[in-house]
Design a binder for this molecule. Structure first.
Ligand code: PHE
Length: 348
């Protein structure tokens, strides 16, 4: 029986050498040392062996078992280590590969330009205020001195949202709302927001953005308007920018002006082929003027006070127009198409 045990154990030790996976190692262990393994099977015959030889057989069996277990364990450790090193090799990370860039969003050029402009006027003490985009026909027109028969009210220009209700065609009604709400002066506000007109081509969109400015107080003069706008032009278009005022008409101001800034591309020289100003040296950027006294009346200001030196100036600018000039964007419609190839160029 001892011979039998020895040959089983020796064969198992030999088999062990050619084993190369943890799975077949386990199979071998079960086949030899398992409950129904070859070693156990032999030992089942122990009962029929004479009592005096049993201790020697038992000792030999235990010795072989111990040896086999130690050998199996050693082999297991070896196999586990090599499996791990294969795994490490296969899963190795190549730290020299270029990384995939995370996409990050950014503020829309219109938002960026609006904020930039607000920052400039905030330094002069202007407070930001807003009004509704759906406005009464009264505040959008009458209250800012645009009479019933004014061509801007034409169905072609204005979106009517219902009887007496329009999508505001400019931010000027916010002037009136602010003066009425406060009920007194001084008023020094900036009103950014969307406005709507029945227009649609490469330079006009049915929705665009304006920023309205209003400064009302005793002693506000046209020279203040000019100084404030010059400061604005220098901050936005460069420190050597100049402005010029051309007489113009807006019902809510008197006198009124259109304001041009010297071309930042050709430094106002009006170079022959300048793509920005097309050779004129000037860029039209906004409308402005001295607040028409009728607006103070409409605001409900005390008549006496209103006519004893209360003055003000107002201006209104198109944000898209300024963003297009600054970034040399040729088609307004790019602003609204949401194309990331366009928008990602404005990442700060
Ligand atoms: N509301 C005018 C427009 O939309 C702009 C403007 C505002 C002009 C204030 C003068 C004073 O065209």
């Amino acid at each position: 029986m001892i011979e039998q045990l020895k040959s089983i154990a020796e064969k198992a030790l030999r088999d062990l050498e050619s084993i190369s996976t943890l799975e077949s190692l386990e199979e071998l262990r079960v086949a030899v040392l398992g409950k129904k393994g070859s070693l156990s099977e032999v030992l089942k015959g122990l009962g029929s062996v004479p009592a005096e030889s049993r201790p020697a057989i038992g000792a030999a069996a235990n010795e072989w078992k111990r040896k086999l277990e130690a050998a199996l364990e050693a082999r297991r450790t070896e196999l586990e280590e090599s499996r791990l090193s294969v795994q490490l090799e296969q899963e190795r990370i190549d730290v020299t590969l270029p990384s995939r860039l995370a996409h990050s969003g950014s503020l829309h050029p219109i938002t960026q330009t609006t904020r930039k402009i607000i920052q400039v006027f905030a330094r002069l003490g202007f407070d930001v205020t807003t009004g509704p985009e759906i406005e009464t026909e009264f505040l959008n027109f009458e209250a800012v001195n645009i009479p019933k028969d004014h061509p801007a009210r034409d169905m072609q220009d204005t979106f009517f949202a219902g009887p007496g209700v329009v999508l505001r065609t400019h931010t000027s009604p916010v002037q009136m709302r602010s003066m009425r709400e406060k009920g007194r002066w001084p008023v020094r506000i900036l009103c950014p927001g969307a406005v709507y007109r029945c227009d649609d081509d490469a330079t006009h969109s049915p929705m665009f953005h304006q920023i309205e400015g209003l400064w009302v107080d005793h002693g506000v003069k046209m020279s203040h308007l000019k100084g404030v706008l010059e400061f604005f032009a220098r901050e936005i278009f460069g420190s050597d920018s100049k402005i010029r005022l051309r007489p113009s008409y807006f019902p809510f101001v008197e006198p009124g002006a259109e304001v041009d800034v010297s071309c930042f591309n050709c430094s106002g020289r009006g170079d022959d082929g300048c793509r920005v100003c097309r050779g004129s040296g000037w860029l039209e950027i906004l409308g402005a003027g001295m607040v028409h006294p009728r607006l103070f009346e409409m605001a409900g200001f005390d008549k006496q006070a209103a006519y004893s030196g209360l003055t003000g100036f107002a201006f209104g600018l198109g944000v898209e127009r300024i963003a297009m000039l600054l970034h040399r964007i040729s088609d307004l419609r790019l602003m609204y198409q949401g194309d990331v190839r366009f928008l990602s160029q404005f990442r700060a």
